[in-house]
Design a protein around this ligand. Structure first.
Ligand SMILES: C[S@@+](CC[C@H](N)C(=O)[O-])C[C@H]1O[C@@H](n2cnc3c(N)ncnc32)[C@H](O)[C@@H]1O
Length: 380
């Protein structure tokens, strides 16, 4: 793995960053945005190297394998893939944006990487190159389109940043078992969204409330944004009340237990009742968290990060806060599960029995935790 990173110079794929900020910026462990839409929203980047390394490691690539990448971007990740499958393997990478595809082709050719870059909607996979030993998706979304399963050989691995609930994400690695997929690893991390067309800056997110200030140029980030299934269950006046609440000040509430932020956020995002679950991002102060809303949008409480551990950011009355604390206690009583304990099975058609299930088009996602005997917080 380290040899692959040493063999592929990142600056070849992000020359604008090298020219503007120098090699130190190119080799910092951070995602480098390479394209934005007219409103300043990032639409392409070279992903964070440490996340790429963790994802490549989990793919367990071997020389000779056939790999499909969805989301070519700069081509840097495709170059690493082609180095890892050696001269005998084959990498195909599909990119929605023809300009980006062409730029990646040029950079890949300069490094003599054998990668076929094609233009298309990667949600359809690339049927003429199938079957693949590995499919790796480098843009996030809620779904697992059937073509990815069909184009993967039995026993092959599919790796993708998946929206678990609302837009909370983790990178899941799934093995094809017959017509199902079963997780072999889940890695913390997130990616920009898969787009359905070039006009779409981010995937259409349903169940979202956003307040933006468009007087600034370039436009600022949204002042407040709320996403999640709870919004569908609120009346229009309650939704407006909730958005107004999120624009105001919040208070910090200490948790009854010390908890690592990521593990708790993951648990709460899956355990929160359907009619209560929201994800909230505010600009000033900059906060982001996953949590719950109270009846009629009169309160909001989300798990957020305070230094290394988690706390609650709460707006309005105490109802949402009480439910959030119940969920935190549920996490403690379930044995404090972390991301390593989460299991996911994906079926197409019938719904497997599980702790938490979610239908996404024709795919049904079934989540379970490894080990803990009792899991409260469900069925409310
Ligand atoms: C985070 S970037 C990819 C990073 C890239 N693998 C790299 O290492 O440079 C996501 C890419 O996915 C592309 N993309 C978004 N929606 C797509 C779709 N439906 N099909 C194919 N590519 C898509 C974007 O244009 C963008 O270039």
């Amino acid at each position: 793995m380290a040899a692959a990173f040493r063999a592929v110079p990142r600056e070849r794929f992000v020359p604008e960053v090298a020219a503007r900020e120098g090699l130190a910026a190119v080799y910092r462990d951070q995602a480098l945005v390479t394209r934005r839409d007219a409103r300043g929203v990032p639409t392409s980047s070279s992903s964070q190297p440490s996340l790429m390394a963790a994802m490549l490691e989990a793919l367990a690539l071997e020389p000779g394998q056939r790999v499909l990448e969805v989301g070519t971007g700069t081509g840097y990740h495709a170059a690493l893939l082609s180095t890892l499958v050696d001269g005998t393997g084959q990498v195909t990478s599909v990119e929605l944006d023809p300009d980006l595809a062409e730029r990646a082709r040029v950079a890949l050719a300069a490094g003599e990487h054998r990668v076929e870059v094609v233009v298309g909607d990667g949600r359809l996979g690339w049927a003429s190159g199938a079957p693949f030993d590995r499919i790796v998706v480098t843009a996030s979304g809620p779904g697992l389109p059937r073509p990815w399963l069909d184009q993967l050989r039995p026993g092959g691995l599919l790796e993708l940043p998946l929206w678990l609930r609302g837009t909370t994400q983790a990178v899941v690695v799934l093995r094809r078992e017959g017509d199902e997929l079963a997780s072999v690893a889940i890695i913390p991390g997130g990616f920009m969204g898969l787009r359905g067309s070039l006009d779409e800056e981010v995937p259409v997110v349903h169940d979202q409330l956003v307040a933006s200030d468009l007087t600034e140029s370039p436009p600022s980030r949204p002042l407040a944004s709320l996403t999640g299934p709870a919004l569908r269950h609120l009346r229009p006046d309650a939704r407006r009340r909730l958005l107004a609440l999120a624009l105001g000040p919040s208070r910090s509430v200490r948790l009854p237990v010390r908890a690592p932020h990521r593990a708790l956020e993951l648990f709460v995002s899956l355990a929160a009742p359907e009619d209560r679950m929201v994800q909230c991002v505010t600009d000033r102060p900059a906060r982001s968290g996953v949590g719950v809303v109270g009846t009629d949008g009169r309160s909001l409480s989300v798990v957020t990060q305070a230094r290394s551990s988690a706390c609650l950011a709460t707006w309005g009355g105490s109802e949402a806060e009480r439910l959030a604390i119940e969920l935190v206690e549920g996490w403690r009583d379930a044995g404090r599960p972390g991301i390593g304990g989460l299991r996911l099975r994906v079926g197409y058609g019938t719904a497997p029995r599980a702790w938490h299930t979610s239908r996404r088009g024709d795919a049904v996602l079934a989540f379970d935790w490894l080990g803990p005997p009792t899991l409260p917080g469900r069925g409310r």
